[in-house]
Design a protein around this ligand. Structure first.
Ligand SMILES: [Zn+2]
Ligand SMILES: [Zn+2]
Length: 85
């Protein structure tokens, strides 16, 4: 699983994220785990690789595993959406 930082665009694998603990004022665990970008500490989102160009995109940006750019370049965009329906 790969993630991309929403703030700085840093790409990293699961396990590389920075983990901090929010204690909410308690002195004993369980504390809430906060996961953030290892570079800037920002929020991040899950990304997937485009089947064609290998770029990383969020689920919303991919269409059947293809990014919009590749869809436009490799197959007819309109036909593709008809095919999906
Ligand atoms: Zn970042
Ligand atoms: Zn692509």
């Amino acid at each position: 699983m790969m993630f991309r930082c929403c703030e700085c665009g840093h790409l990293f694998e699961e396990g590389e994220q920075a983990v901090t603990y929010e204690t909410h004022g308690f002195y004993q665990p369980p504390y809430e785990e906060i996961h953030s970008c290892p570079v800037c500490g920002g929020d991040f989102e899950e990304v997937h690789q485009c089947k064609e160009c290998g770029d990383w995109h969020t689920e919303d940006e991919l269409y059947g595993g293809w990014c919009e750019t590749c869809l436009r370049e490799t197959i007819n965009y309109d036909t593709f959406f008809e095919y999906c329906e």
